[in-house]
Every structure is written in C-alpha cells, then in structure tokens.
Design a binder for this molecule. Structure first.
Ligand code: PA5
Length: 447
C-alpha cells in the first residue's frame, strides 16, 4: 500500500504550538461527523464526500468516451468556468508533459474556452480550430452561465459550419444537470451525449465527477489511479476522529490558528510549474468556500523559485499578514544532471554531477527557513511523487480540509452568494430583459 501524504508543522510551531493545533484538530473531529451525517450548513451539497468510492461505476463509460473522442479528433476544446474548468485544467497541467503542444509525437491537444469573455482569446482559438479536427466538451451545471454559454454558441457554430450539424452533434458532449437547464435542453434537442453533474455536488467540488474526469481522461491521464488516490485519502481522513493523526484535521486546525495570529493570507507554494493550475483550483475551492460574512483566509499562490524573484521580497519582509503552505514533491518524474564546464566562469562547477532536483530541494528548504526567519509560518505538505495517485489524494485532502475549515470559521462552505453581484450588474448594463431598472440606476452611478 502506498503512503498517505503527510503534514509537517515544524516551521509553524513557534507561531501556533503543536498542543494547540492538536487540541483544535481534536475538537474539529466533530465537523467530520456533521459532514457525514449531513447536519451542518450547506448539507444539500455533500455528494463529494463519498464520491471517490461511488464514481467507480462510471469510470469505464468515461474512459470509453474519452477513447472515442481521441480516435475521432486530434483536439478537444473543454468549455467551462470556475468549478467547471479549474479541476480538469489543474490535473491535466500537473500530470502532462510541460510542453505538450510542442511535442512531435502524436498527442491529443486539450484546449480550454468559456473561462473568459475575451474577444481576442476566442478569435485566436477559432484561428487554431480552423486547422484542427476537434471535439467539444461543454460543461455547465446550471447550463446558464454566461461565459461558457457564449463560447459554446460560437464554437458550436464554427464546428457545424466546418463538418455539418449531424457530425458536429457526434463530437459534442454536454456535462450538465440531470434534469434541467438550458444546456440540458440543447443537448437533448440536438442529440449530444450527456454526462450528469450530481445535484448534491457544487462546482468547486466536482473534479472527481465527469466534469473533471472526462477531460482528464481525454488528455490520456489514468483516472482510475486518480480516483484510487482520492479514495485512499477518504479512508485515511473521513473516519479518523483522532485529531493528532488526521492530516486533514491538522491542516484545517493549523491554518485557522495561524489566522488568529493576524495572518489572513495563505499562499499556496509549489516548486514546480506543474502545480500552477492546481493552485488556481485550490484558490477557488477555499476562496468561494470561506470568503463570506467578512470572514475567511484569502487564498493566494506562487510558483517558486520563479516568484522568489518577484514576490519573494514581500513575503520575506513586507506586512506580516501572510503564511505559506508548501506542496513539497520529493521525487520529480524525470532525472537531469547538471554538466561540468571546462570554463567555470559561472562558478557553478560545485553543482556538476548533481541532479537539478537537489538544487530545487535546497532552494525549497532555504526558502522555508528564510521565510520562517521573516516571521512567516510555513505548513508543509509532503508527497513522494506528483502522479495520478497523489494528485487524487491532494484533491480529496483539500476538499475535506476546506469543508472542516469552513465549519471552524462558522460559515457555509458550500454556497457562493457573492458571485452573483457582478453578474447582475453585467446583465443590467447589457440591458438584459428584466434588468432595465437596475441598468438605469447603474448608468446614473457611472455619470
Ligand atoms: O463553484 C462554483 O459553483 C462555480 O465556480 C461554478 O462552477 C461556476 O460558476 C460555473 O457554473 P456552471 O457550472 O453552472 O456553469
């Protein structure tokens, strides 16, 4: 059996003593019960808790569809935003070749749309798609979100003109609500294959449903191993009421205790660009779950060592309002040795013969110690490898920690009322029928 990820609080200890972390973790075990029993805030959205075990029944169908899309097209465009975008993007970026689009060997291209309303982005995408044989996976739980709906309208039109309406229908997969919504009706009317997002799973918790798993499988990643990792994490955390040995409870408790020291910004740190979008997924998960009623820890992220040359100064020495959580990957997927140079003008021959990862690990340890000296508490999450299994573990780990942490903060971690505000204004300014009065008022404000 493979290991479970571990938490290292050594560099947070002088800010939040271990006894206090364990005490809060022990107390927080009750939130696991609340989640399992569905008796807390947002209990209509708890389907993700037992999802790793339950999704197994759908994995063959998802894999078959993925295989089909790979065989009929060379590119898949995934349309979605927020929870209907970030999970797939995070896992694909974490587990694929860093330069997939430039690979000479045959590969399936994964492109994304519907996560912005940029005219340039979509226009550039259409230029690329003119030359591609592509399929579309359109994802929207509500079926009415503006950004993906506009992108779908444009891409569907493009694909239909390119290969005809009937063929296009065979290349379009809709992932949406089981019963209702505009996307569902369109899919039924046009004969698109449908995968369902369960009612009781919110967008940011949906990566282990077809929302994340279908695009991930199309990209060639082993979704069974991903789900296996998530299941291992579920087994290690959901039923473990012992605060001292449950990594989820320890992490949730530690970050809340650090918050109480006045540090309200948590920076998720990766030492590989492969984790860049994982951090984006994490930011949505925690930002939408906790940031309400004037509460919450602001989730930020950096890619080190890249950002040590931009944000490093602030983290070391700016306002003491932040703490870091590092995802530390022990062993990279590949090996590379630093060569010896006859002319040692860069004075790096002392590194010759060493692996690049040895330098990166020392950069990581050096950064942790330096930031700690600068009064930044550092929580470290250790995984042996960045592979499907441990990515699955990380996903479930953060999902459960986020729910527990939301309950510690006494907010409903499963709603996102604040997201509506910009939409109402946008519709009012665009004169959407029904929003005329609101539009008038906003235009007055803009004078
Ligand atoms: O987490 C959430 O609920 C949101 O980020 C949604 O995923 C996002 O707004 C997209 O919604 P939908 O899938 O309904 O288009």
């Amino acid at each position: 059996m493979k290991d479970i990820l571990s938490i290292n609080l050594k560099n947070a200890e002088r800010f939040v003593p271990s006894e206090e972390v364990i005490a809060l973790a022990q107390q927080s075990a009750r939130h696991l019960e609340t989640l399992k029993e569905g008796t807390g805030a947002g209990s209509d959205f708890l389907g993700w808790i037992t999802l790793p075990g339950e999704i197994a029944a759908q994995l063959d169908r998802i894999e078959q569809k993925a295989k089909h899309l790979r065989s009929v097209s060379d590119t898949t465009v995934v349309i979605g935003i927020g929870g209907s975008y970030l999970g797939a993007k995070a896992v694909i970026e974490a587990l694929s070749h860093s330069f997939t689009p430039l690979l000479k060997k045959k590969h399936h291209e994964m492109l994304f749309a519907g996560h912005n309303i940029s005219e340039d982005y979509i226009s550039d995408l259409l230029e690329i798609l003119d030359e591609r044989d592509y399929s579309i996976i359109v994802i929207s739980k509500s079926g009415t979100t503006t950004e993906p709906a506009i992108a779908f309208r444009i891409l569907k039109d493009h694909l239909e003109k390119k290969i005809g309406k009937l063929k296009a229908a065979e290349r379009i997969i809709a992932i949406t609500d089981g019963k209702k919504g505009a996307l569902r009706s369109q899919a039924e009317k046009n004969g698109y294959e449908i995968f369902v997002i369960p009612d009781n799973i919110g967008g940011r918790y949906s990566v282990l449903t077809p929302v994340g798993l279908l695009p991930i499988a199309v990209s060639g990643i082993d979704i069974k191993e991903l789900v296996k990792g998530a299941l291992a994490m579920e087994e290690a955390s959901l039923k473990n009421k012992n605060g001292a040995s449950n990594p989820v409870l320890i992490y949730a408790a530690a970050r809340n205790l650090v918050l109480r020291t006045g540090r309200s910004i948590e920076i998720l740190v990766g030492f590989t660009p492969k984790l860049h979008y994982f951090s984006e997924w994490w930011k949505q998960l925690f930002g939408e779950s906790e940031g309400k009623e004037g509460k919450g820890i602001f989730p930020a992220s950096v890619d080190f060592t890249t950002d040590l040359h931009s944000l490093g100064q602030y983290i070391q020495d700016g306002q003491r309002i932040l703490f870091e959580t590092i995802i530390s990957v022990k062993e990279p997927g590949k090996k590379l040795i630093i060569p010896l140079e006859n002319d040692d003008s860069d004075q790096l021959n002392f590194l010759a013969g060493k692996r690049l990862s040895e330098v990166n690990h020392n950069a990581e340890t050096g950064t942790i110690l330096a930031h700690n000296d600068g009064n930044v508490p550092v929580i470290k999450i250790d995984i042996p490898l960045l592979d499907e299994y441990y990515t699955g573990q990380l996903i479930y780990f953060f999902e459960l920690a986020c729910a527990v942490s939301g309950y510690i903060l006494d907010v409903n971690p499963f709603d996102q009322p604040g997201v509506e505000a910009y939409k109402k204004n946008m519709f009012a300014l665009l004169n959407k029928p029904g929003f005329e009065d609101a539009g008038k008022k906003l235009r007055e404000r803009l004078k």
